[in-house]
Design a protein around this ligand. Sequence first.
Ligand code: FAD
Length: 451
Amino acid sequence: MKEINTDILIVGAGYAGIAAAKKLHAAQQDFMVIEARDRIGGRTLTEDLESGVTVDMGAKWVGPTQHLVWEWIKETHTETYDTYDQGKNLLKFKNKITSYTGTIPKIDPISLIDLGITISKMNKLSAQISLTEPWNHPKAKEFDAMTLATWMEKHIWTAKAKHLFEIGIQTVFAAEASEISLLFALFYFKSGDNMDTLISIKNGAQQSILKGGTQGLIKKIAASFLDKIHLESPLLRLSQQANGIIAETKMLKINARKCILTIPPVLISTIEFEPPLPQQKAQLYQRMPMGAAMKVYLIYPTPFWREMGFSGQIVSDEYPLKVTFDVGHTDSELGVLLVFVEGNDARNFIDLEEGTRRKMILERVEKIFGHQASMPMQYIDKCWTEEVYSRGCYTGLMGPNTLTQFGHQIRAPFKHIHFAGTETADKWCGYLDGAISSGYRAASEVLKETL
Ligand SMILES: Cc1cc2nc3c(=O)[nH]c(=O)nc-3n(C[C@H](O)[C@H](O)[C@H](O)COP(=O)(O)OP(=O)(O)OC[C@H]3O[C@@H](n4cnc5c(N)ncnc54)[C@H](O)[C@@H]3O)c2cc1C
């Protein structure tokens, strides 16, 4: 086993780990990064397809208020383009297809009012939640004792509004409303400005796309300190002494003064800690499962739906296809349709053979856009629950009784170990921007203690 001495060890080379490294590099600190995978980027993964199309199999979009990602985009002169958002969107509900413009589908007036009131109630409630201490809201215990599904049962009157709201929830959390606490949902909406921002393209979280992909961006940021990143080095054991830590992988023994751990909460329980994590912290990590999502790209010779006057955005109640977007560049001749399968749908869909998955998706898009839709040049899909070093996506979630009882542990250091990762962010928790802010915060904590 090779022994290495460094001042600060960063575990994980996703956006949080690279943000921490960037800050330490700028401060001319002695640090190293260990990463389990054979690549950097974590939950970002950009692939250049033979057709010339670049696809993000992980994180894709950047919204206008995600200022830290925009700083990186500007610093690296990365080109962006807007998600195609012209023409009519389509809603397929109970075998009927209707078209609409804007974020909210055209449905009967009663259901429409019901949906509008529900979203506005969510926004009003979430606006009252503190991002740093959501557990201190006067009704925190009450909100954290119920799931979002329980709240929906009580407050949404029409079946159609409930169904559409559920699709919105699956899209935002990659999970079911019955898996998350109301308090966590309110915190998450506030963290991303509000629910409207999270589900919107224009002025929302789905507004901009990076030309070289989100993994392309992190590669540019890490370029000046690549020699400090050790790939294929999963952390197995972390022990703490009076003056620092000893981290062990299969091949390395690393002695450091401080450690910044950026791995997803669900994976923290896989590390052997000596001494063990404080019991409330350890219990927290037993309660932050990942959601599940599958991303499917369909590449066509042309974005033929645009010529038909459609935006490429579909909201559908038919398993497995619930939501689609046109993510092709306006300058490209090719059509790129991105299909999301999320929550329990994804968990079931992932177990099917690839041929069956392809057939099902193509049947669904054909029903909506016609025969041309059944003949893409390429079908490509990716499931994140199969990724050993992610275990799902988009982020770690909290069910009832988690934020109020254990939430205060999320950013708390444990002796020489500091905790980052998007799940620890107050602003844009679950997103790339939150990952960057968490990395910067953890690096600042360490710098404060070591300088
Ligand atoms: C399909 C998908 C779509 C998404 N869409 C968007 C989007 O459009 N916009 C957006 O802002 N966000 C999106 N997200 C969320 C976004 O990707 C995450 O919020 C962000 O990448 C998290 O960064 P992180 O550094 O906190 O964690 P990670 O990216 O998970 O990084 C943690 C790193 O730790 C490594 N690791 C794990 N275990 C160990 C170990 N034992 N030892 C060493 N290393 C280890 C992992 O390999 C990984 O590289 C999406 C995510 C997915 C998967």
